[in-house]
Design a protein around this ligand. Structure first.
Ligand code: SMG
Ligand code: MG
Length: 367
């Protein structure tokens, strides 16, 4: 496969409702799309980087910059596939979301050429996946209960509540009391606490949560291991796990007993599958995280979520949880599940007219 060039396209999509986490509020998405044009056809991917470096150090302008200046120029002229992309990008430190987008677009082009779907390529063993929904921090408990009630009515298989100091025990208690012990419920702190808060976090043990996600700072593996000894609620790591090596370290330290796998955070779907394999071999359940993706990113995430080790519902919600109109055919929740696309590659593509409508810039880079 020979790459002739790569288009970096920015789109702007308003979110249907603001999404508040412990690190900030997202009201719209400024998404970088990567389109690889090869001798055999095209491939698409979405870069998960947000507008500001809050969830992690990457942000969308920087991702476009590093792709333009370093990552795309490093690609070989010919004979490129997803594995070679990973290898040639290895010397560049960090920038995993940018790397993931490039590798995924090349993989999509390759799979469209061979006619295989992402799910089949990655090793999916199911044709649909149960889905959860991540519920942001709200202004009041009644507002939160209304939101959760709506998601349960839509059929979501589990609820994740975003928490932060001052918005933790009360919202969890209120949701438990209102919706009962059967509801699959978990929380995500996005690194908002320190080990000093251990006694407070231990009070969450009373609520039968599936897990607490990323309570402490991203680089605090050792302290997560200490916290794990003080809580009955299982600790799940998100931000802390940037590679298969990180996953192996976290598991052997006892820093987590569950892993949220986000392909973008770890540099792509190949590394995501390695993490899945390591976790599966250790009996550590994994689930697929989300970065408020459009249908392009969602398609690949849903395929990954169909691998055998993904035993917990992911943050792979339907398109209508995010956008009035998605840039692909929408992903629609049916009976709490999304269907794994079966067409070649991602199995979805942007709808051309709507894509043009939401595009804010395009840049063409000849390879
Ligand atoms: O895609 O539904 C989604 C969002 C899921 O909560 C979610 N993501 O830490 O897991 C997480 C956050 C990171 C993105 S917040 C802007
Ligand atoms: Mg998280």
């Amino acid at each position: 496969m020979k790459i002739s060039g790569i288009e970096l396209r920015r789109i702007h999509l308003p979110l249907l409702a603001p999404f508040r986490t412990s690190f900030g509020i997202e009201t719209s998405r400024d998404v970088l799309l990567v389109r690889v044009v090869t001798s055999e056809g095209e491939g698409w991917a979405e870069c998960a980087a947000m507008s500001e470096p809050r969830y992690c150090s990457e942000y969308v302008d920087a991702a476009q910059d590093v792709l333009r200046k370093f990552l795309i120029p490093a690609l070989p002229k010919d004979g490129v596939n997803a594995h070679t992309v990973g290898r040639v990008l290895e010397p560049f430190t960090g920038h995993r979301m940018a790397k993931s987008a490039l590798e995924t677009a090349v993989l999509d082009a390759h799979l469209r050429m061979t006619g295989e779907s992402f799910g089949s390529y990655l090793g999916a063993d199911r044709n649909r996946v149960p889905c959860g929904v991540s519920v942001g921090i709200m202004d009041s408990i009644p507002q939160l209960l209304d939101a959760v009630e709506g998601f349960i009515a839509e059929g979501y298989a589990r609820i994740k509540l975003k928490i932060e100091p001052g918005w933790d025990l009360e919202p969890v208690r209120a949701v438990r009391e209102r919706f009962g012990d059967e509801l699959l419920l978990q929380v995500d702190a996005n690194a908002a606490y320190t080990l000093v808060n251990a006694q407070h976090l231990a009070k969450l043990d009373d609520f039968g949560l599936l897990l607490i996600e990323q309570p402490l700072a991203n680089d605090d593996l050792v302290q997560h291991a200490q916290l794990a000894k003080l809580l009955r609620t299982p600790i799940c790591l998100d931000e802390s796990i940037e590679s298969a090596a990180d996953a192996a370290a976290a598991i052997s330290l006892g820093a987590c007993s569950v892993i949220n796998i986000k392909p973008a955070r770890v540099g792509g779907y190949l590394e995501a599958r390695r993490i899945h394999d390591i976790a599966h071999a250790h009996g550590i359940p994994v689930w697929c995280g989300g970065m408020l993706e459009t249908g392009i990113g969602r398609a690949a995430n849903v395929a990954l979520a169909a691998l055998p080790g993904f035993t917990l519902p992911g943050d792979t919600s339907g398109s209508s949880r995010y956008f009035a109109t998605d840039i692909t055919e929408p992903f629609v929740l049916t009976d709490g599940h999304l269907t794994v696309p079966t067409g070649p590659g991602l199995g979805v593509e942007p709808l051309p007219d709507f894509l043009e409508e939401v595009t804010t810039s395009t840049e063409w880079i000849t390879v």
